[in-house]
Design a protein around this ligand. Structure first.
Ligand code: URA
Length: 243
C-alpha cells in the first residue's frame, strides 16, 4: 500500500497532512528517510517509523459498544448522534460501521468494525446467528407465549423463525415481566413486533449477545473497548481475519 495511505490509516492525519510529515523528513521506511508519499510499503514486512517510533499498522478494528439509549445505529445522520459519532474521538481515522441495527431506545451489545466480510457473515440469514435480548415487558408473559415464540409468529409480512423465550421474573403487582428472548434473524423492530403479536409491549430492550459474542458486564452503558484475543478467536468462523 502507499505510504500516505498507511499513515492516514494509522491516524497520522489526512492524506494532505501526512504528505507534509513525509516532506518534513519525519517518516522513515526500513531506516531510510521517506521522500515520497507514493512509495509502496508492506505493513507485514516493512518497518515504518515516525521520529524513530515504530508505527503499528492495524487493518481491521473490532469494537464492542454497550450502546446507550438515544443514539442511532448508523454511520451518519443529520438529526441524531450516531454510534460512530459516539466513538469518533478514538476511531476518527477508521471507517467503522455498526454490525446490524439496534433501535434508538435499545441498549446493549453492538459490534463496530471496518471488516465488511465479518459484518456480512454475522448478518447473513444463512449463518443463523442467534441474538439474545433481555427485556422488560408490559404484561404477564405466559407459557402460551413461550410456545407461540417457539413455533414462529405470523407478523403479517413474515413468519418468524422459532425463538426461545425464557421468563426471568413476573411481577403481578406492576403487571410486568422480565424475560430473555433469543431470535435467529434480525428484522426491523423484530422483538417489539413479536411481543405486540401476543398482545404485550416491550418497555426496555437490551441486547446481551450476538452469536458467540457476549456483552462485557464491566462495560457501562456508553462504554466501549476493542475485542479481546479470545473474542476475536470466536469470530474467526465468521470471517474475522488475523492481522
Ligand atoms: N428488536 C427490536 O424490536 N428492536 C431492536 O433494537 C432489536 C431487536
Amino acid at each position: 500500500m502507499r505510504l500516505d495511505k498507511f499513515l492516514a490509516d494509522t491516524g497520522f492525519g489526512t492524506r494532505k497532512e501526512v504528505k507534509k510529515l513525509i516532506s518534513q523528513g519525519s517518516i522513515s521506511v526500513n531506516g531510510e528517510m521517506a521522500k515520497k508519499p507514493n512509495i509502496h510499503v508492506n505493513p507485514n514486512e516493512d518497518s515504518v517509523t515516525y521520529l524513530d517510533d515504530e508505527i503499528h499498522y492495524q487493518a481491521y478494528y473490532y469494537v464492542m459498544l454497550n450502546k446507550p439509549d438515544g443514539i442511532i445505529s448508523a454511520t451518519e445522520d443529520r438529526e441524531y448522534q450516531t454510534v460512530i459519532d459516539w466513538v469518533a474521538l478514538d476511531y476518527e481515522h477508521v471507517d467503522l460501521f455498526p454490525v446490524g441495527r439496534l433501535d434508538i431506545d435499545t441498549t446493549g451489545l453492538l459490534l463496530l468494525t471496518n471488516n465488511g466480510q465479518l459484518a456480512h457473515q454475522l448478518l447473513s440469514p444463512k449463518k443463523d446467528v442467534p441474538k439474545t435480548y433481555h427485556a422488560l415487558i408490559d404484561g404477564i408473559v405466559t407459557d402460551e407465549d413461550i410456545k407461540a415464540f417457539s413455533q414462529g409468529l405470523d407478523l403479517g409480512d413474515f413468519i418468524t423463525k422459532p425463538a426461545e423465550l425464557v421468563i426471568h421474573e413476573i411481577d403481578t403487582e406492576t403487571n410486568q415481566s422480565s424475560i430473555a428472548v433469543t431470535i435467529h434473524e434480525g428484522k426491523f423492530h423484530q422483538v417489539k413486533r413479536m411481543f405486540e403479536a401476543v398482545g404485550k409491549t416491550v418497555t426496555v430492550l437490551h441486547r446481551h449477545s450476538m452469536g458467540p459474542l457476549v456483552l462485557d458486564e464491566d462495560l457501562e452503558l456508553g462504554e466501549y473497548r476493542e475485542l479481546t484475543v479470545d473474542e476475536m478467536e470466536m469470530l474467526k468462523p465468521y470471517g474475522l481475519i488475523d492481522q
